[in-house]
Write a protein that binds this ligand. Structure first.
Ligand code: AMP
Ligand code: MG
Length: 420
């Protein structure tokens, strides 16, 4: 294979972050679907709606411990009644209430026929009689229906209880269990190959020699993929050698998505775009008005289901910013989610910030709540290779393109980093 030295002759129009997001969304496919066991469904997205197979509650039930009564037997909630049986949750009442009778009943238990309200035990006193047990009721606010939930009040057989394209949290897992689901139909998780390139890289467990650094992007991006809901597969480190790199890239193209870190800038050994083109991956864009993350490359391998390839900048902070802005939404979309763009909120700058130039800045920052609301402070770093400076970051502060001096107290947009 010919070497693909970047000649620097190709002129590239930098597209905006919004345009790049739009293009990724346009090409990002939705995966297929599969059935998974309920205990493996957390974090997955429903491929179809789910209906209830039961009425809930399944019977008229009491929501307190107390006595099931007929309201008409009491005057202003006061009176003395004969206790005919005790019904615990899990039991079924044997006796119907007649005039002057009450049933002792525990939370969740079915209401006996004839009862129309439950008086909580705290408003009753047991009367110790000779033979029958009796109870004295004193509940001045007694209403028909009190402390009773009617059969089917929460949901009925056939009700749609979870919509399609909903991400399943523990809450939904509980509801799915309640409606008897053993399995759930969910969208696929994408497999995402991660390829770190660069002659200077050594595996993270090794001790770097002169001129070498450890591969931090590989493990970081694999973790970010996993965190986003994808299935990461880390490939061996790719050297800056066209033939070897092409073989690894070909391997990575087996996955649904391929993330390549490094080799997309304008250096002599930035071979990735050329090799990708050679392998039939169609470039959708290269270079974005983004700081950090300008060299980002995005392309598509056409097929039955298009495969996405992201060429991420080698600098770890740039790589992570590009992942969060562009790769994570593509993974979320494949997983079935509808609303995939990063969450954005407002915060107040606690220190001035000077924004210059045509690229949007996404600055690792620390957000904290105080009495005036959410405060954000951009962190200082040694550049986009400085992961260490990011350790305290819990948000990216967003400064749109253009020259502007932001004063302390200005309201700006932030992207929380809790998904990173
Ligand atoms: P590149 O985009 O290949 O020009 O790389 C830009 C910078 O990021 C260089 O300083 C690289 O040494 C560094 N870099 C590239 N890949 C990695 C990696 N996997 N882990 C840590 N740093 C990297
Ligand atoms: Mg490189």
């Amino acid at each position: 294979m010919e070497p693909f030295f970047n000649t620097g002759t190709m002129s590239h129009h930098l597209i905006s972050v919004a345009e790049a997001s739009r293009l990724v969304a346009q090409y990002a496919p939705l995966g297929g679907w599969e059935w998974v066991e309920l205990r493996h469904a957390l974090g997955r997205v429903t491929a179809q709606s789910v209906a209830s197979d039961i009425d809930s509650p399944p019977h008229d039930k009491t929501i307190v411990d107390g006595f099931a009564i007929r309201a008409e037997d009491l005057s202003n909630g006061v009176g003395e009644l004969e206790v005919i049986e005790t019904v615990m949750a899990g039991m079924w009442p044997n006796r119907m209430l007649q005039a002057g009778q009450a049933t002792r009943i525990m939370t969740g238990a079915p209401l006996p026929i004839g009862a129309d309200a439950v008086v909580m035990v705290e408003r009753t006193t047991s009367v110790v009689g000779d033979e029958q047990s009796r109870v004295r009721i004193d509940d001045s606010t007694l209403r028909v229906g009190q402390n009773v939930v009617r059969r089917g009040a929460a949901m009925r057989v056939g009700d749609k209880v979870i919509a399609a394209r909903r991400c399943l949290r523990s809450l939904e897992i509980g509801l799915l269990a309640e409606v008897g689901r053993e399995t759930v139909k969910v969208c696929w998780r994408p497999t995402v190959a991660v390829l770190s390139t660069g002659n200077e890289l050594v595996p993270h467990q090794d001790v770097p020699r002169a001129g070498q650094i450890r591969n931090s992007n590989g493990p970081m991006l694999a973790a970010a993929v996993h965190r986003a809901g994808g299935v990461a597969r880390e490939l061996p480190i790719g050297p800056d050698d066209p033939t070897k790199l092409a073989a690894l890239i070909r391997d990575g193209l087996d996955a649904d998505m391929l993330l390549i870190s490094g080799g997309v800038s304008a250096g002599d050994l930035d071979l990735t775009p050329g090799i990708l083109r050679e392998l039939g991956v169609v470039e959708i864009f290269h270079k974005v008005q983004l700081k950090p993350g300008k060299p980002l490359w995005f392309g598509v391998l056409r097929g039955e289901r298009d495969k996405l390839v992201f060429g991420l900048p080698g600098n770890p902070v740039s790589s992570l910013v590009c992942f969060l802005l562009f790769v994570r939404p593509a993974i979320r979309r494949y997983l079935g989610e509808i609303d995939v763009e990063p969450r954005r909120q407002r915060a107040v700058l606690s220190a001035p910030y000077r924004q210059r130039g045509p690229r949007a800045a996404y600055v690792p920052s620390k957000c904290e709540w105080n009495n005036d609301g959410l405060q954000v402070r951009p962190l200082s770093s040694q550049g986009s290779g400085d992961l260490r400076a990011m350790i305290d970051a819990n948000a990216l502060a967003h400064f749109p393109p253009g020259d502007q001096d932001y004063a302390a107290g200005a309201s700006i947009e932030i992207l929380p980093l809790d998904d990173a």
